[in-house]
Ligand binder design. Structure first.
Ligand code: DON
Length: 584
């Protein structure tokens, strides 16, 4: 295919130019950082702690741990585990995610990469049918599931960074799984959306469709098998999930239903600690997710492109046009270059360099939209499915009184993941394999396409958009993130721009949202966020507009003002989450 040829050509070109680029980028980054970086306020202790998460029960569990003297990392374990129980539509032990940690003592940031990996028996074309078209097996059933990382992350964070034992931090989750939690309207609508898939698998229906139906609002949903798995992790650590009884049940059930997991897959699963993406935009220091998340790179690329301009000084239409044009280009590069760096070479330094941003944005036309097809060869394009308007996946933000903080975005991908519960475990498996580029030019659930860089390989992590992020403007630290598939990055971007202009936590989570992801070539926006004037101005520049049927995202933000020592927290009203500030 033309696309592949072009990519190979570009890689050869890149590799031959890499040393020059590396040297230039290094110099640019070095100069840039020393000129622009703000002088940090040296207030390292806070009076308050805060938790903002997608579910009140998870927020409460985090607050309880902080009140008991646990640190932000203990609270992160508790919140992760409770979300795994009360939001089976969004995250869980059958999934993975990224936990961005700030360690106050050493002033270090680290990303705990608990992303799923492709099973050892996975093959590049495993989701392509005999007719050459993609099948739905990357979405539904056990073949859709990558090897989960959340259990390993819980243990890793607790053992390396926490102060409390897992028996304490997992307690609330065990209790809620065993004794049950009350079904909300929000839960009900998510289960309704995928009732067909849930009813396909009897062991899933047993738990989530008692009496063959989604439970009524107020009914208590119990998950006794899941409670036992959580207890097993609390007792035996990593081996309580990845070896022994739980592992055997997972593998047997997957294999019996036609999946390809092996015991070795689980035994081999490893958490990877990664250096987050660091950047600076107009005096805001940014710490965000590194590969295998595209989040930090795409976010920084857009910000680098915008940094030369005075967004506040321009008209509303020009500002939106410019932001959209920067998104278009950065999402193009996502599709072309990004994948798991442990398997493919990704020109990260080049993509993050200011020189590259300038070149990338040099064809910006303020009068007219640049058609995305001008950026690529025509033949990669197939029909794009409508991007799903989901609010699955989850995010939480935590700050403790020592100044440690955590931003974590966790997923099983689509609502209730693959819909497949491994018999006897209560664990819903993810359908994260769909985040691989399963065929060049084929769009995934989020309408994203990819290249060889994100092709399936055994043991490889699929490219993600999850973008837990820290921002620092010299006075205020913001801890943020959201679910939303491909739109995660543009939501974090818009909130970063708002933060740079002084927005509060509440303003950041409530911001009206719009998005461009290169393909489909259209501006997607939440219902009603563009008025008639903006619509016609953008249309006259040649933009296609797609007003979505409803809102998207579910952002949770904590802000710590280190000058006044005030802590504020906010949860997106699009969800049912809760933000709470407390003190000991
Ligand atoms: O890792 C990713 O980018 C996706 N699996 C996240 C999915 C998601 O956010 C869905 N939420 N609406």
């Amino acid at each position: 295919m033309m696309f592949r040829v072009r990519i190979i050509d570009q890689f050869i070109w890149l590799i031959s130019h890499l040393p020059i680029y590396a040297a230039i980028s290094f110099l640019l980054i070095a100069c840039n950082t020393s000129q622009e970086r703000s002088t940090p306020i040296k207030n390292t202790q806070t009076n308050d702690f805060a938790v903002a998460s997608a579910h009140p029960l998870a927020t409460q569990a985090g607050i309880n741990i902080l009140q008991q003297g646990g640190n932000a990392f203990d609270a992160a374990v508790a919140v992760t585990a409770v979300l795994a129980v009360v939001e089976p539509y969004a995250s869980g032990l059958g999934g993975g995610g990224f936990w961005l940690l700030h360690l106050a003592d050493s002033d270090q940031n680290v990303m705990v990469d608990g992303r799923e990996v492709a099973p050892l028996a996975a093959t590049r074309d495993m989701y392509i049918g005999a007719d050459g078209k993609s099948t739905d097996q990357s979405v539904s059933g056990p073949l859709a599931a990558g090897i989960p990382g959340t259990a390993a992350a819980l243990v890793h964070i607790a053992e390396k960074y926490g102060q409390l034992p897992l028996s304490t931090t997992l307690r609330s989750a065990v209790d809620l799984a065993r004794d049950g939690f009350q079904v909300s309207e929000y839960y009900q609508s998510r289960a309704d959306a995928v009732i067909k898939r849930l009813s396909t698998f009897p062991q899933t229906a047993d738990i989530f469709l008692p009496q063959g139906e989604v439970p009524q609002i107020g009914d208590v949903l119990q998950q006794s098998d899941l409670a036992k798995v959580l207890e097993s992790i609390s007792k035996y650590g990593v081996s309580g999930f990845y070896e022994g009884e739980v592992a055997n049940k997972l593998v047997n059930s997957v294999q019996q239903a036609g999946g390809i997991w092996q015991l070795e897959d689980l035994k081999n699963y490893k958490i990877i600690e990664r250096q987050p993406i660091l950047g600076n935009y107009k005096n805001i220091d940014i710490v965000s997710a590194a590969l295998p998340s595209s989040g930090g790179i795409v976010l920084m690329q857009v910000l680098n492109m915008l940094s030369a301009y005075d967004l506040q000084g321009m008209s509303d239409t020009d500002r939106k046009h410019m932001i959209i044009e920067a998104m278009r280009r950065a999402y193009h590069d996502r599709a072309e270059f990004l994948g798991d760096e442990d398997f493919v070479d990704v020109p990260v330094d080049k993509l993050l360099s200011m020189k590259y941003a300038k070149t990338r944005f040099s064809d910006l036309n303020m009068q007219f939209a640049t058609p995305s097809l001008n950026l690529i060869d025509q033949d990669i394009v197939e029909a794009f499915p409508i991007v799903e308007e989901a609010q699955n996946t989850t995010h939480f933000s935590i700050l403790d009184q020592k100044g440690n903080h955590v931003a974590a975005t966790l997923s099983i991908n689509y609502y209730f993941g693959s819909g497949f519960v491994a018999e006897g475990t209560g664990i819903l498996l993810n359908n994260e394999m769909d985040d691989f580029a399963i065929q060049p030019g084929h769009a995934n659930l989020w309408g994203l396409i990819g290249s060889e860089a994100n092709a399936i390989q055994p043991g490889k992590r699929m490219l993600s958009s999850m973008s837990p992020t820290f921002l620092f403007d010299g006075k205020r630290t913001a801890i943020l993130g959201t679910p939303g598939g491909s739109r995660i990055i543009s939501m974090v971007l818009l909130s970063t721009l708002a933060f740079s202009e002084g927005a509060t936590a509440q303003e950041m989570v409530q911001l009206p949202r719009y998005h461009h992801q290169f393909l489909p070539d259209e501006i997607q926006f939440e219902k009603g966020v563009f008025n008639e004037k903006t619509r016609s101005a953008l249309k006259s520049k040649g933009h296609a507009l797609n007003e979505l049927g409803r809102n998207y995202g579910n952002m949770h933000t904590v802000i710590w003002n280190q000058q006044t020592n005030e802590v504020t927290a906010a949860s997106d009203s699009r969800g049912i989450g809760q933000a709470q500030v407390g003190t000991n």
